[in-house]
Design a binder for this molecule. Sequence first.
Ligand code: GAL
Length: 857
Amino acid sequence: MKYIVLFQHLQLKNIGLVLLCSFMFSNLLYSQSTREVINFDHGWLFNRYGLQPDGKRIDEPFGNGSPDSPSPKELAFNDKDWRKLDVPHDWGIEGPFRENLDGYTGKLPWRGIGWYRKRFNIKNIDKDKMFFLDFDGVMANAEVYLNGKKIGERPYGYISFRVNLTPYIRFDSENIIAVRVDTEKLGSRWYPGAGIYRHVRLVKTNKLHIPQWGVFISTPEINSQYATASVMVQLANGKKKTARSSYTIEIFKLDKANIPRERVAVGAKENIKIAANAIDSSLVSLKVEKPQLWDLENTNLYLAKVSVYDRKTLTDVYDVPFGFRTLKFTHNNGFLLNGKRVQLKGVCMHHDLGALGTAINKSAIERQINILKSFGANAIRTSHNPPAPELLELADKMGILILDEVFDCWASGKNENDYAVHYSEWHKKDIEALVCRDRNHPSVIMWSLGNEVEEQYHPEKGVAAYLRDIVRLYDSTRPVTFGASYPSKSAINGTELQVDVHGMNYPSGGYGGPDFYETFLNYPGHEHLSGFASESSSTISSRGVYFPKGYQVTSYDLKAPGWASLADAEFAALDKYPAICGEFVWTGFDYLGEPTPFNSDMSVLLNHAALSEEELAKAKEELKRIEKERPSSRSSYFGIVDLAGFPKDRYYLYKAHWMPDEPMAYILPHWNFPDRIGKITPVFVYSSGDEVELFLNGESLGRKKKEQYQYRFKWENVIYTPGELKAIAYKNGKLWATESVRTTGEPALLQVSAYKDKIKVADNELAFITVSIRDKTGSVVPTANHKIKCKLEGEGKIVATDNGDPTSLISFSATERETFNGFMLVVIKAHQGAKGKLRLIVESENLKSASVDINLL
Ligand code: GAL
């Protein structure tokens, strides 16, 4: 077959967002259009019913069936007063915060009923095509209507789904899509967001086409000479008669910008007969010579391009990026990527993007990943739900491993109206959707069935094995796991044998212990079993607070709830038992909701269903006490990084341990304590060196060695005197790093620094700008909490501000807020089509103002 491939239109950064390519065939009919994927995010109308932000209710208009009283699902409904917006949209983050809401809600009024409507036209010329709407996620209980007819529903807010518009489209006339979203009946242990919070695409195909996620590429053989790509292709025949079809597969190497370059393999399948309205599956194996493997440093990716023909007419072209890499989870030697041991230095992450709420933005996820990588993290557990697809695209590209988790609970729930309500009807479909959507990503290394599920205590019911087998129907190339709580009861009771790799939550914490891994590894029957800490640490702190008042937690990194442990305990256990694959720290970033220890919600405790009567009674008492106080805390204290993305002290503890070859030393606390003169003020140093000498105002406070299983240098009895603390770190007897912290002068000026000084307008990139308060020498004043006013010049807007204070109830959309211990974040964006630059100006009384320019690309 001779043909020329034209790649001018191929922008793989936007795979699926553009008409992917044009093909010209010398001996085949040219098809005008194969598949078209159209961004459907813009121009929605929205109205909120049910619970309102202030807690009052507005009745939902149901209509009475007559033409004078239509319901919002019908075209005739009058929506002229509705709000115009683009999705992704999260109505919860709009606030305002309400102090009297429970801790788990993030104190944000996300409960309510939202209706979204969007009008669109489709030309009669397309009447032989098929049309689908792909939703990446709608929170929650989505019902989708086209021209008044229900065409789909999906209760689980985290799952991606497709609805078929074809039967009810009115060609050459107006169509209305209406989506009802209901978060009133949604139980969540954290802030879930509300609305169409991920992207939506309109997909136009021919009748003979590849269905959603209908290509699966596995790589059964990989060696230095060649690799095999085994490509499973599904073909859907939407015609009323049998189709005779064939397809070709071409594999291209993708360059760093995701542009296909060299073609490295071709294959084909001929003579496929597909009955009317049926789906056919077939397999083609292709050999790729000298494959370039995907790993964390070299994220080599390939592209499989499948071209489908109806007899001789090209009817569909479908592109799937993938990679070659091997995974092995061993009992004795942890996790092997391409045969080499890689310690899992992972973090658990909830899906919110801090002040942006849950409305997905790729540049915000990219910033999160960059921050995580900057302290050595190499893996993310998508706790406790399917992530946005963008996270996986970025993970493939940026080199981060993904533990892809599907549920927080199974049939036995943790809170009213959580997934347990939908489990029996939806679990199979939801698992299928997650696995089929994500199985081509080389970054995904394991599937997690759930988190701290109650069923873990009943191995005899075999639920884990049953769910594992559902996963294996769609992917048997990756191991299946789940995160088990109370390791001493659930890691040796038989449930662990129902999965491929065992995930233990807090193995070194309250319900495991320093040597729990020994018990796990040596337990009879575990000879084949590989294990890891699916959740670890749960250290809590507020950034920059050392002697807390109110609802703050000290940042000496010495506090963790009863079930948890400090970072150091997990480091020690993993160093002692290198057979274990590594850990996923709870959590990488702070998140909205679950402000333990000031969380009056029961779910955290009920998580640990194996508490004794006595323990539970005590815990309930404590919760009652907290309940009475109604703390203002709105976000968690667990993050290594705060909600705004600013590193807490613990960031450096992880960096020192996870990036041992990077010379660094970090001193805590700051040295601005006018009210502590003469008082004992402990000083810690986090360093990748093995010895540190500390000086206060030039005088040595002693040189300390890191003993085995010790991860921080501590000087517990330092008497505070203003001045300078200096740390000199050594490694193997040689100078390794130096660091100093000084008592600063009074706040004098503002400083701004942009995470990126250029943003791509068409890609909806956001600019993240850090504002800090400095003294006149330019040092950050670590105790400064000054009110800042933000102004933006240019065609754009201030989207959100935050300062990482877990107790702040100032709306995220406020353009004025106080810094929290020296820092504040401003997020800005450009209007669509904007050109030139944006200028952010920040001002504060008695401080020199500052500004920064962001260039628009
Ligand atoms: C775990 C649970 C997480 C979170 C964490 C807080 O038990 O799996 O979702 O609640 O506790 O420490």
